[in-house]
Design a protein around this ligand. Structure first.
Ligand SMILES: Cc1cc2nc3c(=O)[nH]c(=O)nc-3n(C[C@H](O)[C@H](O)[C@H](O)COP(=O)(O)OP(=O)(O)OC[C@H]3O[C@@H](n4cnc5c(N)ncnc54)[C@H](O)[C@@H]3O)c2cc1C
Length: 419
C-alpha cells in the first residue's frame, strides 16, 4: 500500500509552497495529489500576480513582509525564477475617510517593520502616472517594494525544488475521500516529532477549549482515483474547492468560491512602460502593465458566490467605464473579450486565510481561504503550515489567530484592504 508522512491535496501555489517548506525542514516523505493533468489549473493560473505589504491587519502585514522578502530572494534561494518586479502599489484616495484609512494603515505597517510606505501628494501621483484624472485625488500611499510575481513560475519553482528533495507529485489523481477513524486524545507519533501533537492542537492542558465538544476522529488515509494512500497527516490545499475537501473528512470550513474577472487590453502605448499597480479607491478599479497592454481589474459588487469560471462579456463595458473615468485615454484601449478570463477567489467571512489544524480531525491541516491573497502570501503560508505540522508552532506569526476556531468563537479578524 502507498504511504506518505504527509499528503497534500492540491498542487497550486499554496500546496507547492507547503511541499517546499516541508522538504526544506527535512520532511520529504510527502505526496502531493493533483486531479488535473497539469499544475496551475485552479486559481493560481488565473491570478493577477500582485504582491503587497499595504494591508490593514497586523497578521496580513506580517505575512506580506515575510513573503515579499522571500520573493526578492526567491531565484537564489529556490533556484528557479519568480519574476518578482518591485514596481510598487499606489493607492489613490478621493475622500478624507479613505486618506485617513491609508494613513492609519501606514502607521500600522511601519510599526511592523514595513518602513518604506510613502504618503504621496496628487502631484507625486501624477508624476508616476501622468495620464490619470487627478482633479478629485487628495493623496495616497506608495510602497516601492510591492509589485508583481509570475504565479506560475513561483508555483513551479516551489514544486521543482521540493521534488529535487524527494517530494512526490501525482498529477491526474483526484482525491475522492478522506478516511478518518474514531480517534483518541493521544496521537501516536509517526516518524519523529512531526506528529507529536494533540488533537487539532487545541487541548493545551491549561487552556480549556471554548468550542463545542466535537466527536474526535483521526486521519488514517485518503482515497483517490489511483487507490488508497495511508497517511496520518493531510494538508488541504485545494483552493476554492477547500470546503468540499474538508467535508470529506467530516470537517466544516467556511470557504466559498467567488468569481473574479480580469480584462487585458491589446497593446497600449499611451501609458508609461513601467508604473505601479494603481488602485482607485473611489471604485476599487485597479490596473497594471502586462507586457505591451494593460491588465484591468475590478471587484464587481454584484458578483455572487458559486463555481462560475466563464468570463461574462458584459463585464467588459462595466470595467471600461471605471477605467475611462480614472484614466481617460483608456477609453481608446482595444479589448478582445476572448483574451479576458475569470477565476475564483476563495473567500472566508473575515477575508483572512485559515491556516492550522482542524479542531475535530486529528492530522488534518488547513491552508485555505486566502480571499484573493494566496499568491502573495504563499511563502508565509507554506512556512507556517510546515512549522505547525512539524513543530506545532510557528515563529513567523501567532498562528492561533488564523485557526478555523475563530469562526466558532467569534474572534474574527476583518481585513478591509481587499481588492
Ligand atoms: C482573477 C484572480 C486574480 C487574482 N489576483 C491575485 C493577486 O493579484 N495576488 C494574489 O496574491 N492572489 C490573487 N488571486 C488569488 C490567488 O490566485 C489564490 O489565492 C491562490 O492562487 C490560491 O492558491 P491555491 O494553491 O490555494 O489554490 P489553487 O491554485 O486553486 O490550487 C488548488 C488545487 O487543488 C486541486 N484540487 C482541488 N480539489 C481536488 C481534489 N479533490 N483532488 C485533487 N486535487 C484537487 C485543484 O485542481 C487545484 O489545482 C487572484 C485570483 C483570481 C481568480
Amino acid at each position: 500500500m502507498e504511504t506518505a508522512d504527509v499528503v497534500i491535496i492540491g498542487s497550486g501555489i499554496v500546496g507547492s509552497s507547503v511541499a517546499y517548506h516541508l522538504a526544506q525542514s527535512g520532511c520529504t516523505n510527502v505526496l502531493v495529489l493533483e486531479r488535473e493533468a497539469h499544475q496551475g489549473k485552479g486559481s493560481t493560473g488565473k491570478s493577477m500576480g500582485g504582491v503587497r505589504a499595504q494591508f490593514s491587519t497586523p497578521v496580513n502585514i506580517q505575512m506580506s513582509r515575510y513573503s515579499i522578502d522571500f520573493f526578492s530572494r526567491f531565484d537564489e534561494v529556490v533556484g528557479h525564477p519568480a519574476d518578482y518586479r518591485a514596481h510598487g502599489y499606489l493607492f489613490c484616495a478621493t475622500n478624507e475617510r479613505h486618506l485617513n484609512y491609508l494613513k492609519a494603515n501606514r502607521e500600522r505597517q511601519m510599526a511592523l517593520g514595513v518602513n518604506n510606505v510613502e504618503l504621496v501628494s496628487p502631484a507625486e501621483i501624477l508624476e508616476m502616472v501622468p495620464q490619470l484624472r487627478a482633479d478629485d485625488i487628495l493623496g495616497g500611499t506608495f510602497c516601492p517594494t510591492d509589485g508583481f510575481v509570475d504565479p506560475h513560475s513561483v508555483m513551479m519553482g516551489f514544486m521543482l525544488n521540493a521534488r529535487e528533495h524527494g517530494v512526490r507529485l501525482w498529477l491526474d489523481t483526484q482525491v475522492t475521500g478522506i478516511q478518518a477513524d474514531p480517534g483518541s486524545a493521544e496521537v501516536p507519533s509517526a516518524s519523529g516529532a512531526a506528529f507529536k501533537r494533540k488533537a487539532g492542537g487545541r487541548q493545551d492542558a491549561d487552556e480549556p477549549s471554548a468550542l463545542p465538544a466535537f466527536e474526535e476522529s483521526r486521519i488514517s488515509g485518503v482515497m483517490t482515483s489511483r487507490g488508497f494512500i495511508s497517511t496520518r497527516c493531510v494538508v488541504n490545499a485545494a483552493g476554492p474547492w477547500a470546503a468540499e475537501v474538508a467535508r470529506m473528512a467530516g470537517a466544516d470550513l467556511p470557504v466559498e468560491p467567488l468569481r473574479r474577472q480580469l480584462v487585458p487590453t491589446e497593446p497600449f502605448d499611451q501609458l508609461p512602460k513601467r508604473f505601479p499597480m494603481l488602485i482607485d479607491m473611489s471604485t476599487g478599479f485597479h490596473f497594471r502593465r502586462e507586457g505591451k497592454g494593460i491588465l484591468l481589474a475590478w471587484n464587481d459588487p454584484e458578483e455572487t458566490v458559486g463555481f462560475k469560471t466563464e468570463f461574462d462579456t458584459t463585464f467588459v463595458e462595466k470595467i471600461l467605464t471605471h477605467a475611462a473615468m480614472r484614466v481617460p485615454c483608456l477609453a481608446e484601449a482595444e479589448v478582445n473579450p476572448r483574451r479576458a478570463w475569470a477565476g475564483l477567489y476563495e473567500m472566508t467571512p473575515d477575508h483572512h486565510a485559515i491556516i492550522g489544524p482542524s479542531p475535530n480531525v486529528e492530522g488534518l491541516y488547513f491552508v485555505n481561504g486566502f480571499s484573493g491573497h494566496g499568491v502573495m502570501h504563499s511563502p508565509a503560508s507554506g512556512r507556517i503550515t510546515a512549522d505547525l505540522i512539524l513543530k506545532g508552532t510557528s515563529e513567523l506569526i501567532d498562528a492561533k489567530q488564523l485557526g478555523v476556531e475563530r469562526f466558532a468563537t467569534g474572534r474574527l479578524l476583518e481585513e478591509t484592504a481587499v481588492l
